[in-house]
Design a protein around this ligand. Sequence first.
Ligand code: TPP
Ligand code: MG
Length: 584
Amino acid sequence: MKEKLTGAQALIRALEHENVDVMFGLPGGCILPAYDPLIESKIRHILVRHEQGAGHMAEGYAHVTGRPGVAMVTSGPAATNLVTPLCDAYMDSIPMVGITGQVPTAAIGTDAFQECDTVGITRSITKHNELVMSAQDLPMVVRQAFYIATTGRPGPTLIDIPKDVLQNEMDWYWPSDDEVRDSLPGYRPNAKGHTKMIKEAARMILAARQPVLYVGGGVLKARAAGVLRELAELTQIPVVTTLMARGAFPDSHPLCLGMPGMHGTATAVTAMQKADLLIALGSRFDDRVTGKVSGFAPDAKIIHVDIDPAEQGTVRRPDVPIVGDCRLVIEEMLKAIKDLLQSGETQADVGPWRSRVSGWREQFPLAYDQSEPGAALKPQFCLEKLRDGAPEGTIVVSGVGQHQMWTSQYWNFEEPYTWVNSGGLGTMGFAVPAAIGAKVGRPDKTVWAVDGDGCFQMTAQELVTASLERIPVKIGILNNSYLGMVRQWQEMFYGERFSEVNLSGTLPDFVKWAEAMGCVGIRVDDPQEVEAAIDKANSINDRPVVVDFRVAEDEKVFPMVPAGKSNDDILLHHSQDSRREFLK
Ligand SMILES: Cc1ncc(C[n+]2csc(CCOP(=O)(O)OP(=O)(O)O)c2C)c(N)n1
Ligand SMILES: [Mg+2]
């Protein structure tokens, strides 16, 4: 006799079978039946204050653990509140499973209370989504959702479950791996790269005189940091790590050039421009990296390794396309290079290239000035102090804006999975909930979120969640009283005509707000007091802490490649028109 369960019981049991240990959510009418069996379940449920928070928490959890984050919410407005995190996870290839309630099957299409077409709305921002029409289907649908979210190029999936489907009875079963694969005949992610292409890539790597390893988030997704390091050290090829790949290669390594792109280091940007070979590993030639595509790395041949065939040639036509998992492909590449070397082939001398690149690094370091007595506190100074005071292995999360770019620039990323940010979508409000999710996933680690005053005001209410759930995250607000990144563009490209970017110098009081949410609040505006404030924040581990760093209003992020311009037009500082001289 098969065991009879309700759809809701089957859903929760299926999540347990998928080894879900925590989920983030908020109940409501249509998802109500699923919240009932949750009471008996071992799965920890974190009750959020807004469904967007649940989605970003699931993302933060997935970022640092590599396991899919789960968010469960009700229908209609709750489902639409989950749209931004789903899109965010889609853009940054984060494994995540969203579960939404839906109006009863008989009411679908009638504009019922809290009805919306969730699968329609989320179709283009999920890897896969499904409206479940029968309770009997639930175990298979759950297995498919987890399988698709975590295999191939990871991403979000969504299961939309009408209320009656949760209430109806079904006969429990648990599909095997083969049954899941067979149920998805159109889905066969290709993990292993093409042997001939990999050999061709190995030959090109040995022949290149000015090569650069252009490392993207795919390397982290593939857990390939170890083999990447082997490849870089064997070939002595310099490495750039994109915004999504910070931590995939240690910043302190002599071969590391830091971040490329719009706000990348001059060395990373220029090395790519001057390269004769770009080995793109899990990177997608994003416009923030390439600048004007026609001017991007004009002399470089391209090897492009990506698990998603759709990325090949989208922006720049590769000379050697390799579709496959970065770890497996790099392993094969290493073998192919070693075989060639053993058979007597030699590598071109990359020594002169390396010294040229090192010269740029010495000549064009990141710079700011905090030395002037009485000058306003600089955000970069706060970041350096945060970085130096942070316990080893601290996870850093950021919002979106100037503070995000400074964090990526000034932090030293030494280990993978210590950097969590919203790269592709650039979602303001990401940091606080994502930090909470990260801390839930890695309670053993210190988690600092570096946020903007604008971003913080979008999702700060989740600190109530963190206080009540005893999730002691630390938030450092680089409070410049402005939507700083927009202000920077208005200053530079709109003739200093500031429009709707001033968030007011005095309101709100972030310390009082933090205290009202059950956190410790600290304010600091004097450079002399920054270290003590950070030490105090680091010593508090029973509650969330918010540090309000009152920083200069007009500091700008440099270097900068203005939008639409070529990377050759990188600006090192505001007074400079272009850096063409340096590039010659
Ligand atoms: C949800 C959302 N709305 C608008 C934007 C556009 N935007 C990008 S950065 C930014 C300013 C962020 O201000 P703040 O959080 O104070 O950070 P700062 O740049 O000052 O460090 C804005 C409005 C966005 N990225 N996301
Ligand atoms: Mg700001």
